[in-house]
Design a protein around this ligand. Structure first.
Ligand code: NAD
Length: 365
């Protein structure tokens, strides 16, 4: 088992990574849960696979142990579920000294983090990410949130966990589409600052897609890259915004399709392609780099190319993005290998053209 400290927030917290850590949660987490009220939040799928094991391992460790299961999927990151969980915490008399353990993908992590950060002005939380996306990205960095109406992550906080436990064996039960979706975020990290990672993803895509390659290395790479960025700009005023590479388009795609057409990582992959196309259109990157990015995304996401975007709906959603400034949509765009920049001055017509071109490219594929 690997144990490393994540130096974000007021106090570093441990990240444990290894196989079968779920069955060792009692010893790993004993100092966080002993004599305390423990509340596990998870979703239906994750509960079916791991619920019983975790309950058996943890139920006798805290002073009290309850769990709450929500339906799986992005639509669950809602104010309705937020309210239900808060009601349950109140009904069961959870106090300020309680601990919330979020077991699941990014949806559970974001929602659980939002609950933990707001209930009684904040209770302790522990992340147990069970999707590849949550392991490479969302369980680190402290952003919590829920969607509101059609607005992605409109309500949220910055709130760090006390510990993160990455059990890579949980990925064995992750369905293929959910597994592959996470590579959208991994490709993002390659574009942000690790060209060798892109080369690796390109060269070994068959192995990655067939899970015939150890993932520990790329999980740790992405976590460490995110940590280094967030350390320098925890509250998202500058450098951290670069983590939104591909995400302006991705959030536009997700919200304009009702949060149920694509997994977040898939939307990010499509967003990266759109961002690279926009950069190429603006002559910020070379044709070779653009084609390289496009090739990788096609290799991992050929299943998505049948879909036709509604460009106007995406534009409408992006116009509401919370990061926009002065009536311009904010984009993070690649400007070279391992280089990106934030732009606030791109005319709508050019953005529209990019969406049309990528739509056309998809239909040709
Ligand atoms: N806070 C952040 O910094 C951050 C960063 C990136 C993404 N996110 C958020 O993360 C969310 C996406 O996360 P996600 O891709 O993990 O989606 P998810 O949480 O919806 O999980 C995807 C699916 O996998 C299932 N699942 C999870 N673990 C499983 C397992 N081990 N075995 C079988 N099934 C399993 C879930 O039930 C769900 O159906 C989005 O809401 C996105 O906005 C947050």
């Amino acid at each position: 088992m690997l144990c490393t400290q994540i130096h974000i927030g007021k106090k570093p917290y441990p990240l444990y990574m290894g196989k079968d850590l779920i069955v060792k949660l009692d010893s790993l987490l004993s100092s966080y849960i002993q004599n305390r009220f423990v509340f596990m939040l998870t979703d239906e799928n994750v509960f079916n696979h791991y619920g019983k094991t975790i309950i058996d391992v943890l139920k006798n460790n805290g002073a009290k142990f309850d769990h709450f299961i929500i339906p799986s999927g992005e639509e669950s990151k809602s104010i309705d579920n937020y309210r239900k969980i808060i009601d349950k915490l109140i009904d069961e008399k959870y106090n300020r000294n309680s601990v919330l353990i979020a077991v699941g993908g990014g949806v559970i992590g974001d929602l659980g983090g939002f609950v933990a950060s707001t209930y009684m002005r904040g209770i302790d939380m522990i992340h147990i990410p069970t999707t590849l996306l949550a392991q490479v990205d969302s369980s680190i960095g402290g952003k919590t949130g829920i969607n509101y109406e059609r607005f992605k992550n409109l309500l949220g906080t910055f709130y760090h966990p006390k510990a993160v436990v990455v059990d890579t064996n949980t990925l064995n039960t992750l369905p293929n589409r959910e597994f592959i979706a996470a590579f959208g975020e991994v490709i993002k990290y390659g574009m942000l600052g690790d060209y060798d990672l892109l080369v690796d993803l390109d060269k070994n895509y068959v192995k990655y897609l067939n899970r015939a390659i150890d993932l520990d290395k790329i999980i740790l790479k992405c976590i460490k890259m995110k940590e280094q960025i967030v350390i320098k700009d925890e509250m998202d005023f500058g450098l951290r915004q670069t983590l939104n590479l591909g995400h302006t388009f991705a959030h536009g795609i997700e919200s304009s399709t009702g949060f149920n057409k694509f997994f977040h990582g898939e939307a990010v992959a499509l967003g990266l392609l759109l961002a690279a196309n926009l950069s190429f259109f603006l002559r910020l990157i070379t044709v070779d780099y653009y084609k390289f990015i496009k090739k990788i995304i096609y290799k991992y996401y050929s299943n998505l190319f049948e879909y036709k975007f509604n460009g106007e709906e995406i534009l409408k959603s992006m116009a509401m993005d919370k990061k926009n400034k002065d009536n311009y949509i904010t984009f993070v765009l690649p400007t070279d290998k391992e280089q990106v920049k934030v732009f606030n001055n791109i005319p709508t017509e050019i953005i529209r053209k990019t969406i049309v071109e990528v739509n056309y490219g998809f239909s040709c594929k």
